[in-house]
Ligand binder design. Structure first.
Ligand code: SF4
Length: 356
């Protein structure tokens, strides 16, 4: 059976190597090649002796996803469609910002939570991604940006687990991926540059936060249970008060490590002034920031964004209530890469080459 190098954290890989009679430090060397230098072929790992290179090439695999297409939005956002070995499509979105590149990655093929505004939810659920399939989204995106610029600021700087799937329903693989991303001998990313989003799988929030000082984002989207039950059916299991109380009592949430609440604003659904006034009261006692995102319309959901003046009134009421609010621009909506639009729809093929 072929083993997958990217399925293992460094600690695990050292153990696996030791169990096969390979010196543990070799795991660090292999990780350096793969994650720091982007070299995946063991035969090119020139500081390993030849028998070991051959053994790795025979017994181990280092690639889990192939880049199939890249679609580029008018605003520079790029959607990567990647293919797993069993033929599933996985999407990742590369979002250029002023001094950084954020990569939004997926954790499942489809999603079982079936949020009514989300194109991924409409796909249903196929399976969890492996750690290697999560990590390979980062590797393939890095291949894409590498060489485009020598400026560090334009390389991959932030990772958000907000693509297809509910990360906390694939928690062991997500935790292993975070360990690889933050390991100084692998990607060496600062944990504060990583954000994991959840629809509110309450019992799994603490184990996630314990992995390190990463950011937590919570998809709230509504303040009343009868509305949130519709938008995020998981709410029937963990209602608004249960979710918010758990965060209020969470010791690992603090002003230095606030919760990022996401609120997708939908016309006539959750955009009333009453909702805007209730939100600050509900979030009281939780160190938090609130991102308001006008709905990105797509064919799988009946929702529309409110008019501009409604959005302005809504956000003004939130400010008055004392919340720290950011109104997020839609990025990549023209290529179905915006929040809630990832559905692995067949796109007009574009070559996966670097954009010039
Ligand atoms: S919004 Fe997130 S949790 Fe809800 S169905 Fe879509 S991918 Fe799943």
């Amino acid at each position: 059976m072929t083993l997958q190098l990217k399925d293992r954290s460094l600690a695990q890989l050292r153990e696996d190597f030791a169990a096969r009679g390979i010196a543990r430090y070799r795991a660090d060397q292999v990780a350096g090649w793969i994650y720091r230098h982007g070299v995946e072929d063991p035969m090119e790992m020139t500081n390993l002796d030849l028998p070991l290179r051959r053994q790795l090439a025979d017994e181990w695999s280092s690639r889990a996803l192939e880049l199939e297409t890249v679609q580029r939005s008018n605003d520079g956002t790029r959607k990567l469609v990647l293919r797993t070995r069993d033929g599933a499509a996985v999407e990742a979105v590369l979002i250029p910002e002023e001094r950084r590149n954020t990569l939004c990655i997926s954790t499942q093929v489809g999603c079982p939570l079936a949020c009514s505004f989300c194109a991924t939810g409409a796909l249903g659920f196929t399976r969890n991604l492996s750690t290697a399939e999560i990590i390979d989204q980062v590797c393939r995106a890095r291949d894409l940006v590498r060489g485009e610029s020598d400026e560090d600021a334009e390389r991959l700087s932030n990772i958000v687990f907000m693509g297809m799937g509910e990360p906390l329903l694939n928690l062991p693989k997500v935790l292993e991926a975070i360990r690889i991303l933050t390991d100084p001998k692998a990607f060496a990313m600062a944990p504060r540059r990583i954000t994991v989003s959840t629809a509110g799988v309450v019992p799994r929030i603490r184990p996630l936060l314990e992995v390190g000082p990463i950011n937590l984002a919570v998809s709230l989207h509504a303040v009343r249970d009868e509305v949130r039950d519709e938008l995020v059916p998981l709410n029937r299991e963990y209602p608004v008060e249960v979710l918010l109380d758990s965060l209020r009592n969470e010791e690992l949430v603090s002003p230095r490590r606030p919760v990022f609440f996401e609120y997708t604003l939908m016309k006539g659904v959750n955009d009333s002034l009453e909702d805007a006034r209730l939100l600050p009261r509900l979030l009281r006692g939780i160190p938090s920031k609130l991102n308001v995102i006008p709905m990105n319309p797509h064919p799988d959901a009946p929702y529309q964004p409110p008019a501009g003046d409604v959005i302005d009134r809504f956000t003004a009421a939130l400010h008055e209530g004392g919340l720290r609010v950011t109104l997020r621009r839609n990025r990549g909506a023209d290529i179905d890469a915006a929040c809630g639009q990832l559905a692995a729809r067949k796109a007009a093929p574009q070559p996966p080459a670097r954009d010039s």
